[in-house]
Design a protein around this ligand. Structure first.
Ligand code: CA
Length: 229
């Protein structure tokens, strides 16, 4: 099941969280970066698109776009800028972004632009929110809820996000570091045990509470895998 993965690079937490919220509602999966080095690191994992604030700490957005293009990375890049006079430089050949939005913007505008940019550049994955079904369990991305036999299990937001990440990659082992980055975000400053604690809660709710067969497999010394059917 392909879920479009977008890196959202923005150091202003309120803007970043607002964007992520709206993008997730539309079925995108978001990974967050808060500075230049973090953005480069995530952008090099081949996401489907990058939403990039030009004014990031340490390495600015101009340099990031130039670096990524020089490395031959051609994912769509939508730039966020506070200064309309920067636009010509950003979108022109000089830098190589695909489109831009000037702050202040509405999240809906950003979602519409990233979809348009994605269509133009052949971003293939579905952008409709997905409902993943595994026998009695449904993981409903639009409603942000997990249901067993049609009843909401009542997961906390982070528990749901972790379950969605694992379920969307059913059969694939994900390391604790990857899960921390994708579910908690790059700037989260906890440790890998956070992942274990949340997996334990999911097991309690799903496997013990709902009597589902074991879904979340431990990969010793590495991380977790969602059992495929
Ligand atoms: Ca900024």
């Amino acid at each position: 099941m392909a879920v479009t993965r977008i890196v959202v690079a923005e150091d202003d937490a309120s803007i970043r969280e607002l964007l992520v919220h709206h993008l997730e509602q539309e079925g995108f999966r978001c990974e967050q970066a808060v500075d230049g080095p973090g953005t480069l690191r995530l952008a090099r994992t081949s996401p489907d698109a990058l939403i990039l604030d030009l004014g990031l700490p340490v390495i600015d957005g101009f340099e990031i776009v130039r670096t990524l293009r020089r490395e031959g990375r051609d994912m769509p890049i939508l730039v966020l800028t506070a200064r309309s006079e920067e636009i010509d430089r950003v979108v022109g050949l000089e830098v190589g972004a695909d489109d831009y939005v000037v702050k202040p913007f509405s999240p809906r505008e950003v979602v519409a632009r990233i979809k348009a940019v994605g269509r133009r550049t052949g971003m293939t994955s579905t952008t409709a929110p997905v409902t993943l079904t595994f026998d009695r369990l449904e993981v409903d991305q639009a409603a942000r809820e997990a249901r067993v036999d049609g009843r909401d299990v009542g997961l906390k937001p982070r528990e749901f996000a972790l379950l969605l990440e694992l379920a969307a990659n059913a059969g694939v082992a994900l390391s604790r570091a990857t899960l921390l980055e994708r579910v908690w975000g790059y700037d989260f400053d906890g440790d890998a045990r956070t992942v274990d604690v949340h997996v334990r809660r999911l097991r309690l709710k799903l496997e013990e509470g709902e009597k589902l067969p074991p879904l979340l497999q431990t990969i010793h010394g590495y991380g977790y895998k969602f059992a495929r059917g």
